[in-house]
Ligand binder design. Structure first.
Ligand SMILES: *[C@@H]1O[C@H](CO)[C@@H](O)[C@H](O)[C@H]1NC(C)=O
Ligand SMILES: *[C@@H]1O[C@H](CO)[C@@H](O)[C@H](O)[C@H]1NC(C)=O
Ligand SMILES: *[C@@H]1O[C@H](CO)[C@@H](O)[C@H](O)[C@H]1NC(C)=O
Ligand SMILES: *[C@@H]1O[C@H](CO)[C@@H](O)[C@H](O)[C@H]1NC(C)=O
Ligand SMILES: *[C@@H]1O[C@H](CO)[C@@H](O)[C@H](O)[C@H]1NC(C)=O
Ligand SMILES: *[C@@H]1O[C@H](CO)[C@@H](O)[C@H](O)[C@H]1NC(C)=O
Ligand SMILES: *[C@@H]1O[C@H](CO)[C@@H](O)[C@H](O)[C@H]1NC(C)=O
Ligand SMILES: *[C@@H]1O[C@H](CO)[C@@H](O)[C@H](O)[C@H]1NC(C)=O
Ligand SMILES: *[C@@H]1O[C@H](CO)[C@@H](O)[C@H](O)[C@H]1NC(C)=O
Ligand SMILES: *[C@@H]1O[C@H](CO)[C@@H](O)[C@H](O)[C@H]1NC(C)=O
Length: 786
């Protein structure tokens, strides 16, 4: 069976913490066993018995052994998770048949769609029940039957099953291959599963071993989502079309729909609140819980898994059990889609760089929320807001936060409106200009409110430049660019009596330029392997409207935000990832025999690199972006469904690739790496990266014809002056579909265009295409020189 796992990985900042157990000296360990194959052919019970017998060798009693056993894995990892003392771990690691015993790690992620689908050329509404007009626009969805036979596994914070986005009205019976369950739990039972949400499970073992029992005030002990993140992303992938959906205050009103509205959802809840912390500080998902969720998803028969995890910095493959689990998913023909992370725009911030994963960046859509500021001198300054509150019709005094603070605030902390910094006697009845750069954005509005202010202007510093976020604040609030912040400061300083009025926000469509890379989207180059260009692609991830839980406010500030919304706007690579997951669902439905690599290749080689002004896509600075932010470009599902040629790769190709990193032994003890080793950049990838090129390098690639039977493709290269690209032959001729052609790309440095001493971290970018005049199969190339 062909399966897709799309692990849409994480959001902003992720911390790695050692797992510390709350009982005695026990800690959570992953014990990896040495028999060759993952035990897909055995029953879980047989596997558990084997694992239990290992634990009996180090634990005193049968009961102790049983109690210490947390999970046995069947598909993702050859081994088990258990509570061990350091001595027991040490002892176990010396035993025959045990390859390694590692302390498990925890990943904390902090979180962070009407318009987005229309914007990528899948004109909504997508749901056939809602379909009223133009058929030709729906070609892809119709051909893919709206994803109806595909099962998407979502590994996240659960789901709010009562949302209209998860209605099963008019849907056919559950696919027969489905083997999953609808697990009972708090406020969740079999009646919460239907023909849309076909399964639900939750994973608490890892979480409770670090943090102690779940506080049931903070989350449901079931697959029900209190947080909102899981509900939001699930509806981006596979939500039904819901008309007249909008965020708090009516922003972004329109039909909310997932990319594959008839696909089935299987919910695997593995992420939980951090004890005593508001949700907007992040959720926590332990490795062992996530690994078990993926393991069950494979066993249950999902086709796509959306898994949201991420790191501040990527882990080495050998330490990254999720990457290893993902490789086993790929072996089972599951597409794994992960987010690049929200640690941008600094270079090297990218996570999930494994070449068997589709790594997704985030960019804007052509929609904004304008909320101008009127100054009493008659000038209007542009701002953005989705705050559903209006100020009165009169002008109010406008002040800088640093002018209305309590005495004694240290200058490093000044002007940010941090907690308890504003002096009510100076703030009452005024609009306060607070700077971004320190402290939570939404919390600033609580501080201004506490001090009696009537409005907030959130000023960007130089780093945030034009990146103005949209949040539902607690008082009337507008965000402004750095340039406009300077104007406002100048106005306040130069006017004897500065006054302003915040006008209510409104939704504006067809904005230009779009897409543009989001400032937070993590950037390459890939520090794990400089021979693989990452991210792979970008997709809408800014201000995405999607379904929400009714149990947490739209800001995820659990303790302060008691507002209830059905739909909410969020940004992050967590939001762009499910877009690519949904596109993978549609491609999988249309091309059931395609491998995960073929699906990735189709998405990458058809991606767009220009925006809606026809110019190269830009980043937050307004300058053209690079493949280190956008990968191959912005995804374009319609074109991806007919890519012409694909760069395929199999599980065995990845094992061969890992030989270069000396890692194949970690995956497969019996695999013999060839001698000499292949070059790492010879993995048949749809993009190319060369690190420290001296003079010239040759790179092998193979394309498979999936377009018309007889076709002729021409080679065209576009390079900067620093290097040239040539192909062995400038024409590839195909006689039939499925035919493969090999070629060799030669990349040559133009040394006379380069400084005598090159910075190996400075990359230059170009691309090459194969085109039959209808299909354009594009591959970006990044080169640094020594
Ligand atoms: C493990 O511990 C047991 C008892 O503490 C001891 O008999 C055994 O030799 C140890 N095994 C190894 C491999 O250290
Ligand atoms: C359908 O859409 C296509 C392309 O957008 C357009 O050319 C055509 O006129 C439309 N047909 C109808 C019936 O609206
Ligand atoms: C599921 O939960 C409901 C309500 O909590 C309970 O009545 C029912 O017995 C449970 N079913 C199972 C199989 O545990
Ligand atoms: C959409 O919903 C709003 C309230 O949320 C309502 O006022 C409006 O009439 C609705 N519009 C349509 C077309 O149903
Ligand atoms: C800034 O404020 C935080 C608390 O908000 C405090 O912990 C920190 O010490 C302050 N730093 C300075 C430089 O005042
Ligand atoms: C109002 O003040 C702003 C900011 O100082 C300035 O840019 C603008 O020119 C002023 N408008 C008028 C009409 O003086
Ligand atoms: C899907 O993947 C995205 C991107 O990584 C992630 O942020 C989101 O939480 C996931 N959603 C679900 C429901 O698993
Ligand atoms: C590869 O790993 C083996 C054993 O772990 C080690 O002996 C060898 O030196 C390593 N080779 C490289 C190139 O790192
Ligand atoms: C391990 O390598 C062997 C020999 O190359 C291969 O037959 C087998 O499928 C591989 N298994 C796994 C799990 O990698
Ligand atoms: C770079 O190439 C030149 C000419 O081919 C050669 O002489 C030199 O040794 C090479 N340098 C390195 C570091 O490989």
């Amino acid at each position: 069976m062909n399966i897709i796992i799309s692990t849409t990985c994480l959001f902003l900042l992720l911390l790695l913490l050692p797992l510390v157990s709350c009982t005695n000296n026990n800690q959570v360990y992953l014990v990896e066993l040495g028999e060759n194959n993952i035990k897909g052919d055995k029953t879980l019970h047989e596997i558990e018995n084997t694992h239990h017998s290992y634990l009996l060798l180090v634990k005193e009693t049968e009961d102790e052994a049983r109690a210490s056993h947390l999970y046995s894995y069947k598909h993702t990892f050859n081994g088990f998770a258990a509570l061990l003392t350091p001595n027991e771990a040490n002892n176990l690691s010396g035993m025959e048949g045990v390859v390694s015993v590692h302390k498990s790690q925890t990943r904390i992620y902090s979180l962070h769609t009407t318009r987005s689908w229309k914007f990528v050329g899948l004109d909504g509404p997508f749901d056939p029940l809602e379909q009223k007009s133009n058929e030709t626009n729906r070609d892809l969805l119709t051909k893919a039957k709206y994803g109806q036979d595909i099962i998407v596994g979502m590994v996240d914070s659960g789901v709010w099953p009562d949302s209209k986005s998860f209605s099963d009205e008019g849907m056919g019976p559950v696919p027969q291959k489905w083997k999953g369950v609808c697990q009972n739990g708090t406020d969740f039972g079999s009646s919460n599963c239907n023909r849309k949400i076909i399964g639900a499970r939750y994973y608490l073992q890892g979480y409770e071993k670090i943090y102690g029992p779940l506080n049931e005030e903070e989350d449901y002990k079931s697959a029900r989502d209190k947080d909102g993140h899981g509900t939001h992303t699930a509806s981006i992938v596979a939500g039904r079309a819901v008309q007249n959906a909008s965020a708090l205050g009516g922003f972004a009103r329109g039909t909310a729909s997932g990319g594959a509205p008839l696909a089935r959802l299987a919910i695997y809840k593995a992420c939980w609140p951090i004890k005593g912390k508001p949700k907007n500080d992040g959720n926590v998902c332990t490795n062992i819980d996530m690994l078990k969720a993926i393991d069950d998803a494979i066993e249950d028969g999902v086709d796509v898994i959306n898994l949201s995890i991420g790191f501040p910095a990527p882990l080495k493959y050998e330490d990254d059990v999720i990457a290893k689990g993902a490789l086993q998913a790929v072996r089972k023909n599951i597409v794994v889609v992960c987010s690049a992370g929200n640690a941008g725009p600094s270079p090297h911030s990218l996570s999930n760089p494994s070449p068997w994963i589709i790594t997704v960046g985030a960019s804007t859509v052509d929609r904004t929320f304008l909320a101008p500021i009127k100054l009493s001198n008659g000038t209007t300054i542009e701002g953005r807001s989705i705050t559903p509150l209006r100020m009165g019709n009169s002008f109010c005094p406008l002040v800088l936060a640093s002018d209305v603070e309590y005495a004694g605030i240290l200058s490093a902390n000044s002007s940010y409106c941090l907690d308890n910094t504003l002096d009510p006697s100076k703030v009452k009845g005024k609009i306060v200009l607070c700077m971004r750069g320190q402290g939570g954005r939404v919390k600033k509005s609580l501080e201004v409110q506490r001090a009696g202010g009537v409005g907030l202007i959130l000023g960007n510093n130089k780093v945030y430049a034009n990146d103005v976020p949209s949040d539902p604040y607690f008082i009337p609030t507008t965000g402004v660019t750095y340039e406009n912040t300077l104007k406002l400061v100048q106005y306040i300083h130069s006017s004897p009596n500065p006054m302003a009025q915040l006008l209510p926000g409104r939704t504006v469509l067809d904005t230009k330029p779009a897409p543009s890379m989001a400032i937070f989207s993590s950037r390459g180059p890939n520090i794990i392997d400089p021979n693989i260009l990452k991210p792979d692609i970008t997709a809408p991830g800014v201000d995405i409207l999607a379904a929400w839980t009714a149990k947490d406010g739209p800001t995820r500030m659990t303790f302060q935000d008691k507002r209830v919304v059905k739909y909410n706007i969020f940004s992050g690579t967590s939001m762009s990832c499910p877009h690519v997951s949904a596109a993978s669902v549609l491609l999988k439905a249309m091309h059931p025999t395609w491998s995960p690599a073929a699906i990735r290749s189709a998405l990458m080689t058809s991606a767009r690199i220009t925006d809606n002004t026809g110019n190269p896509m830009t980043d937050e600075t307004g300058n053209p972006t690079t493949p280190f932010a956008m990968g191959s470009g912005h995804f374009y599902p319609k074109r991806a469904s007919d890519p012409g040629l694909i760069y395929d790769a199999s599980y065995m190709d990845y094992l061969l690739y890992l030989c270069n990193l000396n890692l194949t032994q970690h995956i497969n003890l019996t695999y013999n790496c060839p001698n000499p080793l292949p070059q790492p950049f010879d993995l048949n990838y749809p993009s190319i990266q060369i690190h420290k090129l001296n003079y010239t390098k040759t790179i092998k690639r193979t394309v498979t014809n999936v377009g018309s039977s007889k076709s002729v493709y021409k080679f065209i290269a576009n390079t900067p002056k620093e290097f040239n690209i040539l192909a062995t032959s400038s024409v590839l001729k195909f006689k039939h579909v499925g035919q493969k052609r090999n070629f060799v790309i030669t990349v040559t440095a133009n040394r006379d265009q380069l400084p005598s001493k090159c910075d190996p971290d400075k990359y230059y970018f170009g691309w090459y295409i194969w085109t039959d005049n209808y299909h354009v199969v594009r591959s970006p190339i990044a080169v640094s020189f020594q």
